[in-house]
Design a protein around this ligand. Structure first.
Ligand code: FMN
Ligand code: EPS
Length: 390
């Protein structure tokens, strides 16, 4: 499968076209919309989120609730467009109200993009580099996540760190947990949905940053359960699933690092405390008693839960302005701003979950290829039996 997105942050709409979705899979628009609502929420979001009410419209590729095999077009309207029509006009506007942007914001794509594309109006960069684009990417991920459901694959995400305040579930989830332990833990609902934040301390940290005109970042964690052994491959650099997952996380605006399993902690530990021993039983086949690798070895899934974390930098637009230089006058200025998120880590955990859903769905349909639900399910069952008998 592949997809492209189009759309500016303050333009009329965001659009995605997904190609290669097999036929016969049930899709619920309500489920996609519930997820879009979560992405919009979270403590620390700015005033823009009070204007938007993200709802996906499906314009092609689905009939009577099922995929047809044809390209699927998704659309999300930008409600804020009504306030930006003149500024975002596709016609020539020689008007002061067109608000040309000549002041690049540190931490954004503005300056590099302006220089690279040779624009004197930096709006041509900021409109597309904005994380507004994550709304449509989440819609794509939320759709393909539904394709994995019949095979028992589920994903979830939560916030594990806000500005240095650590979630309690972090260590328990990430290290030395078997599938059973992890599932039990999830059933006991220790894994917080991304829209809620783990503790009042985290909320306090966001409030403190906001009060002094600053912003704050954090870490999110995504867990996927029910993956078969062998998604991805060791044979080529660009087929390795860990590489694809890392790329997808780092493609999220403001994400600066990614870890799988124990991640950076492995640097401090001997091999005996890092690798997962291999066990076998009649009932389970091959399995591991620990999951320090986070569900991937050699670029392939191990059958254990996939555990991925991503780190998000603090939001670059600050009410306490950083210094920059006007591209026209070359004079220094301190940026003034109208509105911004102070912290978007909870929202970003939903984004992380759904960009990973895309990678997993793609890896799944590469392994079990076919044009219809029936064909793919048949292949999946044959493979399951092959693994059982191995
Ligand atoms: C969900 C989400 C919301 C964001 N909201 C804002 C925001 O309100 N203001 C802002 O300056 N940056 C925001 N960002 C971050 C910028 O879009 C991002 O840092 C910028 O595009 C520069 O790209 P880079 O940080 O990946 O290098 C947000 C990012 C995400 C993922
Ligand atoms: C619109 C969204 O996030 C936006 C991402 C963003 C940025 O610079 O990345 C800046 C803000 O937009 P604005 O400049 O219009 O206030 C956020 O609200 C969204 O997540 O749907």
């Amino acid at each position: 499968m592949r997809f492209l997105t189009a759309g500016e942050s303050h333009g009329p709409q965001l659009t995605a076209i997904i190609e290669g979705v097999p036929s016969g899979f049930s899709i619920s628009i309500e489920e996609i919309n519930d997820i879009l609502k979560k992405r919009q929420g979270g403590y620390g979001r700015g005033r823009r989120m009070e204007i938007e009410n993200d709802q996906v419209q499906i314009k092609s590729g689905i009939r009577f609730g099922k995929t047809t095999g044809a390209p699927i077009t998704l659309v999300i309207e930008n409600k804020d467009y009504s306030h930006w029509k003149k500024i975002m006009s596709v016609d020539q506007v020689d008007d002061e109200s067109a608000r040309r942007v000549s002041k690049p914001r540190p931490g954004h794509a503005d300056l590099n993009g302006g220089l690279k594309y040779n624009h004197r109006d930096l709006r041509n960069i900021l409109e597309r580099s904005s994380a507004r684009e994550t709304a449509i990417r989440v819609a794509v991920g939320a759709l393909v996540k539904q394709l994995l459901k019949p095979y028992g694959i589920i994903l979830m995400s939560h916030v594990v760190n806000i500005g240095g305040i650590q979630s309690k579930t972090f260590i328990q989830l990430s290290v030395d947990r078997s599938l059973e332990q992890l599932q039990k833990q999830i059933e006991q609902s220790e894994v917080r949905c991304a829209e809620e934040i783990e503790s009042n301390l985290m909320i306090k940290k966001i409030d403190e940053a906001k009060e002094i005109g600053d912003s704050i970042g954090g870490i999110v964690e995504v867990v996927a359960l029910g993956l078969p052994i062998g998604l991805g491959s060791h044979v080529h650099w660009d087929l390795k699933l860990d590489g694809k997952i890392a790329q997808s996380i780092l493609s999220i605006q403001a994400f600066k690092g990614v870890e799988i399993g124990m991640g950076f902690k492995v640097a401090n530990l001997p091999g005996s405390m890092v690798h997962d021993e291999i066990l076998w039983s009649e009932e389970k086949g091959f399995y591991r008693s620990t999951n320090r690798a986070g569900g991937i070895e050699g670029g392939m899934t191990t059958g254990e839960p996939l555990i991925v974390r991503g780190v998000m930098k603090p939001i670059p637009t600050l009410y306490k302005p950083l210094q920059s230089v006007d591209i026209d006058t070359k004079e220094a200025f301190a940026a003034s701003i109208e509105r911004s998120d102070a912290c978007a880590v909870p929202a970003a955990s939903i984004v992380a979950e759904h960009v990973i859903a895309w990678e997993l769905a793609n890896a799944f349909f590469e392994k079990f290829s076919g044009d219809s639900y029936e064909e793919i399910t048949h292949q999946y069952q044959i493979y399951k039996e092959q693994i059982r008998k191995y």
